[in-house]
Design a protein around this ligand. Structure first.
Ligand SMILES: *Cc1c(COP(=O)(O)O)cnc(C)c1O
Length: 401
């Protein structure tokens, strides 16, 4: 049997060594090699929005697998056109570029914003304003954009033109934005950075500053998108219109796909030869994402996200009255984070290990936040079950700390 000592031998050691090997998933459950089962409130890091092996998605994937897998961007395919149309219909966007991951979607967004503003307003316009603690991926450009210096360490030199400012500080934003600014890049809720929502007033200010200096507003919805917060995309809770939006994670519900959505004034400059991807827009990925979008963007499913989110939030608040672990519990829909009190700082990883011992998959978001990003189809009884397991884990945690 393949085991974890093989993992340690042959995979690069850039991840911690997992404690188990998973062999099967169904709905909100995962099953390990030895038949042990887990309730999944991690969702493969906010990816498995329709749970595991959703029958409609499996059907779409296998049907497409028997038709055609790959064509390259030299040829057109039906699922890609269908998905792009559906994304344009459901959002502010006029056009869509397909790629294979969140980092690639952000790379495309950065390149598109620079190309458009360069051609329109001159070569001096290249600066991208980003926020402290933000996360945009692991390529060189996206770690330069990200607001977590630890991810840049040892990988220099970084590309030029990324400025970082604290989140939710309108005064600092005002001083940072200039005619050199070509884009402001922001997550509606910082996911990896600790489930930290952007304040609605700041979001409005960002839009105003972009308009003032002719910069593009890039909204990174890789984690918050595809129904996660109870709307198809989180920007739709506001009256703000982005210029560019990036999506991945739940877009393919586990099949690797990313997308950059944009307005015409941006896409106009992405002329033939300016950007590309071999796999981007392949029929397998776009067929799966098309089915995912159709299934997620339904009133019943989105209202389940809100009610299960409220149930989980309320349950966590009740547990917190008992165990007093968190100074605050924040987030929206089914992206929720408990921020550990000073006494417990740095211990989110330990919490996820303890919940796993109870049969519950959860996530950390940095060292101080216990994060939940379950499948959006999770049921009321599954949330109740999760809360019972969480009570056990929190109880053990308090005793051990
Ligand atoms: C996960 C994530 C990314 C990176 O996505 P990958 O598919 O891992 O490249 C980018 N932005 C945000 C907000 C994310 O949560």
């Amino acid at each position: 049997m393949t085991d974890l000592s093989d993992y340690q031998q042959v995979l690069t050691p850039n991840y911690g060594v997992p404690s188990t090997i998973i062999v099967k998933g169904r709905g909100c459950r995962l099953y390990g090699q030895n038949g042990e089962s887990y309730l999944d409130l991690a969702g493969g890091i906010a990816v498995s929005a329709l749970g595991h092996c959703h029958p409609d998605v499996v059907k779409t994937l296998t049907e497409q697998a028997n038709r055609v897998w790959h064509l390259s961007n030299v040829l057109a395919n039906e699922p890609a056109i269908h998905l792009a149309k559906a994304l344009v219909d459901a959002t502010f966007a006029d056009r869509v570029f397909f790629c294979n991951s969140g980092a690639e979607a952000n790379e495309a967004a950065i390149k598109a914003a620079r190309k458009a503003t360069n051609e329109l307003f001159g070569k001096e316009k290249y600066e991208i304003i980003c926020f402290d603690e933000s996360f945009h991926g692991r390529t060189i450009a996206t770690i330069a954009a990200g607001g977590q210096p630890k991810y840049r360490k040892g990988f220099g030199p970084m590309p030029d033109g990324f400025t970082h400012i604290p989140i939710n500080r309108g005064d600092i934003l005002e001083r940072a934005v200039s005619e050199k600014t070509c884009a402001i890049l922001v997550e509606p809720i910082q996911g990896e950075g600790g489930v930290r929502p952007i304040c609605p007033k700041l979001f409005e200010k960002i839009r105003k500053h972009c308009d003032r200096v002719n910069a593009a507003l890039i909204v990174d919805e890789v984690q918050t998108g595809m129904g996660r917060t109870g709307k198809l995309f989180a920007y739709q809770h506001s009256c703000i219109t982005p210029d560019i939006l990036t999506s991945a994670k739940s877009l393919g519900c586990g099949f690797p796909i990313g997308a950059m959505l944009c307005r015409e004034w941006i896409s106009e400059h992405f002329v033939p030869g300016t950007h590309g991807s071999t796999y981007g827009g392949n029929p397998l990925g776009t067929a799966v994402a098309g089915k995912a979008l159709e299934t997620i963007n339904q009133p019943e499913l989105l209202s389940n996200v809100l009610s299960r989110g409220e149930q989980l939030m309320q349950g966590l608040n009740e547990l917190n009255e008992r165990y007093k672990l968190f100074k605050t519990i924040r987030g929206k829909g089914l992206l929720i984070g408990g921020v550990l009190k000073e006494d417990y700082e740095g211990q989110s990883g330990k919490l996820t290990k303890l919940t796993m011992q109870e049969g519950l998959m959860t996530l950390a978001a940095g060292p101080d936040v216990h994060r939940f990003a379950p499948p959006l189809i999770i049921s009321e009884s599954e949330i109740d079950e999760a809360l019972t397991m969480l009570a056990q884990a929190y109880c053990h945690f308090i005793k051990q700390t």
